[in-house]
Design a protein around this ligand. Structure first.
Ligand SMILES: [Zn+2]
Length: 163
């Protein structure tokens, strides 16, 4: 994806109030992110690891989500599959819950999905990060198709948050 600035990321949040958007933690090392290998940028708040965020470019516009999840490695040791990139990890997938956008979110409605706890789907898809033996099902589709599938899954998740 195309590198984004802090300002662009803050402006892209679809399920936060303006105040939250201003205060939330955006990585300081944006310049060092491996943008060309990323389909989306995901991170956790170092001060509050149960807060996770991601930003993806859809139809040329960045869209960002605020998520809540259990901190990494919290008890869940059974193998589960990330619903975005379809990588299977032992204990490396978290249920991430996004408050819905607008009024529905203020009323407490949310949407959840199982996502790689480190939000590094792009790197698993490209084989740049290893999730262990049997992490990825043998597939005959190309890397481009896997990337497209990850982005499609993410777009569907964002659509549920904003619907
Ligand atoms: Zn994943």
């Amino acid at each position: 994806m195309k590198p984004l600035t802090e300002q662009e990321i803050r402006a892209a949040f679809v399920n936060c109030t303006k105040g939250e958007t201003k205060r939330l933690s955006v990585p300081r090392d944006l310049a060092e992110q491996p943008w060309e290998d990323l389909d989306y940028l995901g991170w956790r708040d170092p001060q509050a690891p149960d807060r996770a965020y991601l930003v993806v470019e859809l139809d040329g516009r960045p869209k960002a989500l605020a998520l809540r999840s259990a901190a990494t490695g919290s008890g869940q040791s059974r193998r589960s599959m990330c619903t975005m990139c379809l990588t299977t990890h032992s204990g490396g997938v978290s249920l991430m819950v996004a408050p819905k956008a607008g009024k529905a979110g203020q009323q407490g409605n949310s949407v959840g999905a199982y996502i790689c706890s480190d939000l590094a789907c792009s790197l698993y898809v490209r084989g740049k990060r290893d999730a262990g033996i049997g992490a990825r099902l043998p597939e005959t589709i190309s890397l481009e198709e896997k990337i497209r599938r990850t982005v499609t899954n993410l777009a569907a998740f964002i659509a549920k948050v904003t619907s």
